[in-house]
Write a protein that binds this ligand. Structure first.
Ligand code: NAD
Ligand code: MG
Length: 402
């Protein structure tokens, strides 16, 4: 009774959450280059409003189910997949249901807090969770690690920095790890004076000098909130104290990050700024397979530059340290407040520098109210902290915009 049916299909079962985004499309691209539906049994693909793309991906990869996040997009998805035999569904509940379908490998590439639940649920399959959605680790780090350990799931970071660190640590004695150095391009406003930064527009902030990414993470890179999330991500993933996590500005984005050991040696990971490196590593782990990346020509590059980050112009870095010191319950609030602040900036209700002010206010208010006194014991606790922070952040925006 209750024995799973034996499978005589040897294809690896995979699901991709956020398949239509920047990371998602790159994942689909690599999956197709490695044989697509011949090599992989694609259980579920999810997307948002770009239903045409989602339907096309689902047909090409012969997915079991295609899910759009938006109920109002379902009729179009159904029409586009009519006669294909591919199941369709819509809404956050349907995405969660898709995440509960067993697979060997999951890509979590939904942007923002909406990615937390599907990633968390995927851990129950005990396979590999390729985690691009860093918000999951920032908001629910301890719970994610505990659940992964309980189900024997492997967490593979799909962030260029964390993939670099993960790769640099293969075969190393983790007790000898002394420091982690995250590289940061510094974004488009790296050298801008504060007065000029106060007036930047969303259009200027979205233009990343080196990486091609989704709109939200591109603006987070310009404000360094992305690096702030990544500091917390590293803190959780590699179990290192906040003081052992450093950030260095590296405008060329060629060194993806470094680790330092107790003997003073450092190991760096280098590569072109192409997320298919980190995605492909996670897809093929523990093997390495050929990837269609440009090869670096060091002589042509000539030089690699490094500089200390400026905490005054980029207060997000200081805030990340404070959040790590407060404890991991603060991560959920930090991420949620940041998302609301980002929405406020994108919709031009608040200025670029107001984002950090707003997040600092929310964290301060919640700390004084004792809301971080106990660590979240369940995902519901995390989601409650997320909601509380959003409510406070929205109130702050009303005040700032008034
Ligand atoms: P994106 O905006 O390009 O794509 C996001 C995907 O999530 C899309 O498929 C979209 O339809 C879906 N989505 C958006 N809102 C949703 C919701 N409420 N419910 C369900 N699905 C929703 O984003 P991206 O740049 O690919 O980033 C995805 C994740 O990967 C983020 O967490 C980001 O921080 C992380 N990441 C991205 C990069 C990069 O190079 N793009 C690098 C490192 C980490
Ligand atoms: Mg990154």
């Amino acid at each position: 009774m209750n024995q799973p049916m034996p499978r005589n299909d040897t294809r690896r079962r995979i699901s991709i959450f956020g398949a239509t985004g920047s990371i998602g499309c790159n994942t689909v691209d690599l999956v197709e280059r490695q044989g697509g539906a011949e090599t992989y049994e694609v259980v579920a693909l999810t997307g948002g409003r770009n239903v045409a793309l989602l339907a096309e991906q689902a047909r090409r990869l012969r997915a079991g189910i295609a899910v759009t996040a938006h109920e109002e997009c379902l009729p179009e998805l159904q029409a586009r997949l009519a006669g294909s035999g591919i199941e369709t569904a819509a809404g956050a509940g349907a995405i969660a249901e898709a995440a509960a379908r067993p697979v060997d490998w999951t890509m979590s590439a939904i942007v923002g807090a909406a990615g937390i639940v599907p990633g968390f649920l995927s851990l129950a399959h005990g396979g590999v969770l390729a985690l691009a959605n860093k918000e999951t680790l920032v908001a629910a780090g301890d719970l994610v690690r505990e659940k992964a350990a309980r189900h024997g799931a492997t967490l593979l970071p799909v962030d260029s920095e964390h993939s670099a660190i993960f790769q640099a640590l293969v075969g190393e004695d983790r007790r000898a790890l002394e420091r982690i150095v995250l590289t940061a391009s510094g974004g488009p406003f790296r050298d801008w004076p504060l007065a000029r930064m106060a007036a930047v527009t969303p259009e200027e902030a979205v233009r990343h000098p080196n990486w091609s990414m989704g709109v939200r993470i591109s603006i987070d890179s310009a404000s360094m909130f992305n690096k702030a999330l990544e500091m917390i991500e590293a803190h959780v993933l590699f179990d290192m104290p906040p003081a052992a996590i450093e950030v260095v500005i590296h405008p060329q984005s060629v060194v993806h990050s470094l680790v330092g050991f107790t003997d003073g040696a450092m190991l760096a990971h280098l590569g072109p700024p192409d997320m298919r490196g980190a995605i492909g590593y996670a897809l093929n782990w523990p093997e390495r397979r050929p990837l269609p990346l440009e090869r670096l020509d060091l002589a042509a590059l000539g030089r690699l530059d490094f500089a200390a980050p400026d905490d005054v112009r980029f207060p997000a870095l200081r805030l990340a340290r404070e959040v790590m010191e407060i404890g991991r319950g603060a991560g959920a609030a930090f991420n949620a407040a940041k998302e609301v602040a980002l929405d406020g900036f994108i919709t031009r209700r608040i200025g670029f520098l107001d984002m950090a002010r707003l997040v600092e206010q929310v964290i301060g208010q919640m700390e004084r109210a004792g809301e971080f006194a106990t660590a979240p014991a369940s995902l519901d606790d995390v989601l409650a902290l997320d909601a509380a922070a959003r409510a406070r952040a929205s109130a702050c925006i009303e005040e700032m915009a008034a």
